[in-house]
Ligand binder design. Sequence first.
Ligand SMILES: Cc1ncc(COP(=O)(O)O)c(C=O)c1O
Length: 430
Amino acid sequence: MTFSTARSAAAHQEAKAFFPGGVNSPVRAFKAVGGAPLFIAKGEGAWLTDEDGNRLVDYVLSWGPLLAGHAHPSIVKAITETAALGTSFGAPTTREAQLAIRVQRVFPSMKKLRFVSSGTEATAAALRVARGFTGRERVVKFEGCYHGAQDALLVRAGSGVETLGLPDSPGVPKALAALTTVLPFNDIPALRAFFRSEQGRETACAIIEPVVGNMGLLNPKQGFLEALREETKAAGALLIFDEVMTGFRVARGGVQEKFGIEPDLTCLGKVIGGGLPVGAYGGRADAMGQVAPDGPIYQAGTLSGNPLAMAAGIAMLDLVLTPGFIEGIERSTADLCARLAEVCAKAKVPAQVNQAGSMFTVFFTGEQVFDYASAKTSDTERFKRVHRALLERGVYLPPSQFESAFMSSTHGKAELDHTVQAFSEALRVG
Ligand SMILES: Cc1ncc(COP(=O)(O)O)c(C=O)c1O
């Protein structure tokens, strides 16, 4: 079947009358790669079908949540059975503790936690807890890390203005951005210098994607996370691991399990909702003990812990807890990454394939990629051409060089073979 986007283009045109850019979240608009975004009609396992009837192997997976692929039978069953009993009560149900038990088995550092409805809500609440608990206002984030579209963390990572903290978006008050310090990722001397300074000793918390997914996939250098743990502790600041993306993907228990580092607070999202809107934040019992109604730090949500999202999350985590489930996905990801690196080498296209667990990025650069500056050496024009050529060949990669790709348990040999063949053709035309 030939690749056509006529129906998607028409749907995008219609949507533009309603939504900025015709979308309800900016990256979906395909601005970084050009062309109209594909409008999706359905998903089954690893495959998407768009409105024009094109079938594509999906490496976006709703930006991470779908570890078991689209429309997994046990998750669909859990959602439909629960919906028949009522969709939301604004009162507790027993499902909340059932999901919490499963989360805690994988993330034992979350001694107490709370469910919210998105990753952004989770990071915003974690910041408030850190500030309320320490009585301090300054927060530290790392260059290129994304923690949701909330004011305090939408701060530019420009080198000359790091300590001032300039807002990345109009609408973020300068006074609030000025309370955010941005440090470079993977730079141990910079973080030691900061936390030993006067400002460092007045800092409430450092929040980090401990393996980064939002500059493309970047791994921490040896000793970086350990140094961050050490320095935050010495400065009396809380360490927040934002594992919204890495939870259940960089090892089952996230980066904290893989590197054996215990943060004070953790944020989760994506996978724990099995494709429905859920986030969670939690950690040390003393800090979480300050959250209302046990303590004075206020946080609340009408749909928090709602039955459908809890049921989907429980079904998802039952899969995650099945022995071999995560390991299988990690093996396929490593296999795919090795094959993609080989294809690039054969085609003499400079590329770095970064991988952690079931996340990966092919950067079109000859440099090692380990921070914002090295990620930016990528040839984004080549990425655009390759992305388009892959779409035409039935492979749906994230529509930006600076986003991680995701794998699921439903990406089998047929899907991987199809992808490698398409990739090698795409490099020839792109
Ligand atoms: C690391 C990280 N934190 C937080 C968020 C925000 O999550 P949500 O989009 O569910 O609000 C994201 C979203 O991609 C993320 O990747």
